[in-house]
Design a protein around this ligand. Structure first.
Ligand code: TZP
Ligand code: MG
Length: 224
């Protein structure tokens, strides 16, 4: 799909179910262990988001990315890069996720061919624009308060999800921000196709990760 073939909306929705967003700064244990366990538990997509205090830079950032990518490849799960289109191209990742402050989505779409493009949006106009620019899914959040993103937008609450659906946004949607096992079901019921989590998975001891992801999947399948 570096040759222009886009992911279908149906496959995209499946990939969004339990979307792990992760960087070394978020992990209580070795990120490779955390991601291996998350994949064993049924994580459906992984985003490499190497930011924040003490995060890796330069060659170390690239090397961790390559190792995480290999785990995803073995599991048959798409591997997405946060923000950095250059890194995504260099690693030949499956896609890129960008926010409103990052590169222009239309420009990223032309750069990545048929790769997966996720865009974070906070209101209808941004959502419509991202759809036009070739996004494959939209990230919506923070739904709840989060301590994983210091510069996060104000909390939206669940209502943004039915709001976007009723306004005619049919693209696959993933909720993010403060989502826990207890809250996963209501995010899906409100209109999201899946949940993206950092701390509810990466913040756990490595030996708890597999079971946590399994439980998230069960909740989501029941609410979908
Ligand atoms: N974007 C909006 S909220 C957020 C990002 C990256 C952080 C989500 O982390 P957590 O720990 O699942 O609240
Ligand atoms: Mg960003």
């Amino acid at each position: 799909n570096a040759h222009g073939r886009r992911i279908s909306a149906d496959v995209m929705r499946e990939c969004l179910k339990v979307y792990l967003v992760v960087g070394s700064a978020n992990c209580q244990d070795d990120p490779l262990y955390v991601v291996r366990e998350a994949l064993a538990g049924g994580a459906t997509m992984v985003q490499y988001r190497e930011k924040g205090d003490g995060s890796l830079t330069g060659e170390a950032r690239i090397q961790l990315g390559l190792q995480l990518q290999e785990l995803c490849r073995e599991a048959g799960v798409p591997f997405i890069i946060n923000d950095d289109v250059e890194l995504a191209l260099q690693l030949q990742a499956d896609g890129v996720h960008i926010g409103q402050e990052d590169a222009d989505a239309g420009w990223v779409r032309s750069g990545i061919g048929g790769g997966i493009l996720g865009v974070s949006v906070h209101q209808l106009e941004e959502a419509e624009r991202a759809v036009q620019q070739g996004a494959d899914y939209l990230g919506i959040g923070p739904i709840y308060p989060t301590s994983s993103k210091p510069d996060a937008h104000a909390v939206h609450g669940l209502q943004i999800l039915p709001g976007l659906r009723q306004a005619g946004i049919h693209l696959p949607l993933v909720g993010i921000g403060g989502i826990t096992l207890e809250r996963a079901g209501e995010v899906i019921s409100a209109g999201a196709d899946g949940i993206a989590v950092i701390s509810a998975v990466a913040g756990l001891p490595g030996d708890k990760v597999q079971n946590a992801v399994q439980q998230l999947r069960t909740r989501i399948n029941r609410s979908g």
